[in-house]
Design a protein around this ligand. Structure first.
Ligand code: HEC
Ligand code: HEC
Ligand code: HEC
Length: 466
């Protein structure tokens, strides 16, 4: 057919051109700098210690140790190349571990100690710096050049290393200065602190020091996610869910994915995807799948502010890095054969126990709008979480509602039986919801384009990354 012929011809030209380009690049792009082989690292095995986490995490940790001990290897090759630097004398290059050692004579704190100090406030720019960003800038600072180093996998490996060091020492997050002055009521008012955040501060104490307003901002985004969206996004569509819709009480309720557990357990391997999720990525995942929001740039200030709030919750709970509490996350109720879930029974239970708040079709309701603590979000339909969100797995959903719904329920005092939870999950599972992120309002492509334009526009206007 004519079309096939044309395609083939174009393809052939394309392949020839691309091959020529690759060959040219290969020949003319010489390696400036080759400071040594990364495979051998005698110190690494003792440094890394006994491996308690298997598989991919171990591999990332090992790579992290290699990078830290030979910060000079392929990290630096790429870095010096992208900055057009000329190779320095190998022996004069200092590795991360030369300065950030664990010894008493170290010129800089160990990477484990630094891990729990992030995210921190950069007072000069008024921006929040997370560990990921700090390592990127360390490259510029220690090895010259002007461009930050953006190789996410290498940075993640260094993060896994720092996390593991903090875990081995049982360190606790320390992002708030102990001697800082707490925000006053007037300051909390000026920051439009949400009612849910005020409750959190009643329980944990009002945030202190220069970083306090940023902790409040992070909490506000967490509890009023729709209100605090990047400029311009709300012109096109709203989201009706907040992080706190599921991470109840501002992320401080056990068995409702408490944020202290999130603070101390990332980076973490997701074995189903065989990748390491950093804290930023985990937050972004919930933005996309649970809130059904378009994604912001991975460097977004929003993720960092939420990350700071989460680390602060970790600090307030005094949870050592790596602790896995029994109440972490949202559990699973798998059910037994005898508990066979029934859609019909689920519908009946839903009408009796859930409908008054979540509406007859599950789309939520606005009848409680005057109550700052009672905004029943949609649990079905186009404004709800998407099919790929964890909440959408029936066994998770069942456990979440048994431990948390109706409001006031706890793990110790549930208000519905396991059987009812399974039935309602079955019934809800059969209703409609978006199949994947951002498919409810506009096509994925349209979202993507708007996202890019908005990022550009926002950066032009404010000099900030969203
Ligand atoms: C020549 C010594 C030296 C080398 C090499 C070095 N650092 Fe540092 N680093 C320091 C010192 C000193 C500080 C603390 C004071 C400062 O910020 O200047 C620091 C600070 C940091 C911080 C905190 C930065 C912040 O924003 O507060 C991180 C994270 C860090 N280093 C990671 C690394 C990593 C990862 C490497 C290897 C790629 C590395 N460093 C290489 C000396 C070094
Ligand atoms: C529709 C409900 C829902 C919403 C809304 C939601 N999440 Fe989640 N989130 C979950 C579930 C379910 C999990 C998985 C818990 C587990 O793995 O056991 C989770 C996990 C997380 C984790 C990891 C927790 C851990 O212990 O590993 C973080 C961090 C997180 N969410 C952040 C957020 C942020 C930030 C927002 C708002 C942008 C948000 N979530 C909105 C349901 C939700
Ligand atoms: C008194 C009103 C009320 C009742 C009754 C109630 N809910 Fe909720 N539900 C809420 C509120 C409010 C939230 C959000 C919590 C927040 O923002 O703090 C919520 C959140 C949820 C969420 C997580 C957020 C989301 O949109 O997915 C699910 C799932 C849920 N409810 C299911 C149920 C089920 C199933 C029942 C019946 C067993 C039920 N609820 C009964 C008020 C209610």
């Amino acid at each position: 057919m004519n079309l096939a012929y044309k395609l083939n011809k174009k393809d052939a030209i394309g392949v020839v051109l691309m091959t020529a380009l690759l060959v040219a690049l290969f020949y003319f792009r010489g390696v400036d700098y080759d400071p040594g082989v990364s495979e051998s690292c005698e110190k690494c095995s003792t440094d890394v210690g006994s491996m308690e986490r298997a598989g991919h995490f171990e591999e990332m940790l090992w790579n992290g140790a290699l990078h830290v001990h030979h910060s000079s290897n392929d990290n630096l090759v790429q870095f010096t190349r992208s900055n057009g630097l000329v190779a320095a004398d190998k022996s004069s290059v200092k590795n991360c571990i030369d300065c950030h050692s664990e010894g008493a004579d170290a010129v800089a704190p160990s990477l484990g100690q630094l891990w729990v100090k992030f995210p921190r406030l950069d007072k000069e720019t008024g921006r929040i710096i997370d560990f990921e960003k700090a390592v990127q800038y360390e490259f510029v600072k220690r090895y010259g050049g002007t461009k930050p180093f953006y190789n996410d996998v290498r940075i993640t490996e260094i993060m896994v290393y720092a996390f593991e060091k903090a875990r081995q020492k049982g360190l606790v997050f320390d992002v708030e200065p102990d001697d800082g002055v707490p925000l006053t009521n007037e300051q909390l008012d000026a920051l439009e602190t949400s009612p849910v955040c005020r409750n959190v501060f009643d329980e944990y104490g009002v945030p202190k020091g220069d970083i306090a307003p940023y902790i409040v901002k992070g909490c506000n985004i967490f509890t009023q996610t729709n209100k605090y969206r990047p400029a311009g996004y709300s012109l096109f569509w709203d989201t009706r869910m907040n992080c706190t819709s599921c991470h109840l009480n501002g992320g401080t309720k056990e068995y409702a994915a408490h944020m202290a557990d999130a603070a101390v357990n990332y980076p973490m391997v997701y074995s189903s995807q065989n990748i390491v999720y950093t804290n930023r990525m985990r937050i972004a995942r919930c933005y996309a799948h649970s809130i059904n929001e378009v994604l912001y740039g991975s460097n977004s200030e929003f993720y960092k502010l939420i990350g700071l709030y989460i680390a602060w919750i970790g600090e307030k709970n005094q949870l050592p890095v790596g602790t896995v509490r029994a109440s972490r996350g949202v559990h699973n109720i798998r059910g037994t054969a005898a508990q066979h879930a029934s859609n019909m029974a689920g519908q009946k239970a839903y009408v009796e126990k859930c409908q008054q708040c979540h509406g007859p079709a599950g789309y939520g309701t606005d009848k409680y709008d005057n109550d700052p603590f009672l905004h029943p979000p949609p649990i079905t339909g186009s404004d709800s979480f998407v099919r790929t969100a964890t909440m959408s797995y029936p066994e998770r959903f069942a456990s979440f509602i048994q431990n948390n719904m109706p409001p006031g329920s706890t793990h110790e005092h549930p208000q519905i039986t396991e059987q009812e939870a399974l039935d309602i999950a079955e019934f809800i599972q059969a209703q409609t919801r978006p199949s994947s992120p951002s498919t409810n309002n506009l096509s994925v492509f349209y979202n993507y384009m708007i996202n890019r334009v908005m990022e550009w526009w926002f950066a032009e206007k404010t000099g900030a990354n969203i």
